[in-house]
Design a protein around this ligand. Sequence first.
Ligand code: NAD
Ligand code: WQD
Length: 337
Amino acid sequence: MNTKILVTGGAGYIGSHTTVELQNAGYEVIIADNLSNSRIEVIDGIERITGIRPVFEQIDCSDEHMVREVLDKHRVKGIIHFAASKAVGESVQKPLMYYRNNIDSLLNFLEVMPVYGVKGLVFSSSCTVYGQPDVLPVTEQSPIRPATSPYGNTKQIDEEIIRDAIHAGHPYKSIILRYFNPIGAHPSAEIGELPIGIPQNLVPFLTQTAAGIRDKLAVFGNDYNTPDGSCIRDYINVVDLSRAHVVAMNRIINSQSEPIEYYNLGTGKGLSVLQLISLFEKATGVKVPYTIVGRREGDIEQIWADPSHANKVLGWKAVETIEDTLRSAWRWQQKLK
Ligand code: NAD
Ligand code: WQD
């Protein structure tokens, strides 16, 4: 019998790609998602790629009763916890909703896991915990800076909750993955990112502009202290990112991991907004009309990862090229249209 893994938020962007990679690695996946930011059709997309339909449980992970029921029913060995609200701007408008959703859901799993013998939890954290680092690239030892949004704060608090629970001797392990900027879609274009409303993130806005859904991409600032004046990020292919979750889960299942481990998941390479636009145009042959506007409040100037800890300990490395990644985002956009 295949080892069962619960993927919370598995109908979402990163969760759906991770489900595919887990199934490809031989795990049996149970998805728990309330579809608050995703659609049930994603499950069909996963099945079309792998030939296996994951079990789907429509539950709210912030409801302790529902969490208990799912763990009782499925007896999973590990949990990958993606389910969270993730829009930075919305979190400023609705902070309590963000604290409730992102913290209660985690607490429910941490409290109940020992009852059902779950060996460990892989947690979706973010490079947002580093704020604007003084030294680049950032390692896992780089200082954690005060969060600039309630969303960012939920990730910091969640990391601290996990650390304290493990420190107190709770009988499970955790691997905390700090993602840089996930972009792109599955090469099959069966699954990808589903932005609801006007996209806030660069790549979905860029592909919608290329598709003619938006008139122009607004580049937020060209007066930063970077070579071309626009902000720099570490854009990581979503399939590469997903594969790191499989390796992390293998470490937990095979009892190879320390009680708590942290990994930066990035490529190690920073790209500016203007470079990304130009790379997209070259990779797809499609022009992206853009205009330079003022800085976006709260944006950090530049950040990219030092992924060498993940490269060495997990034996994982981002391998997809930025051109292939941007082409995959474009294929997905064309399919959505
Ligand atoms: P997403 O919104 O596409 O996926 C999250 C999924 O969780 C959605 O399907 C949503 O319906 C579900 N969900 C939310 N609250 C839930 C609840 N209470 N119960 C059940 N399901 C719930 O987001 P994503 O981009 O796939 O992000 C996944 C995780 O990675 C999140 O924790 C996010 O904070 C983190 N993360 C994302 C990024 C990024 O840029 N996408 C970067 C760093 C970290
Ligand atoms: C990337 C770059 C913008 C849109 C956010 C969250 C972070 C993490 C990832 C979850 C920046 C510029 C963007 C546009 C632009 N999520 N931009 N025009 O801000 O690095 O990170 O998503 O944890 O927490 O804050 O990603 O895609 O929004 O922006 O010029 O229309 O693109 O200024 O430099 P960001 P992003």
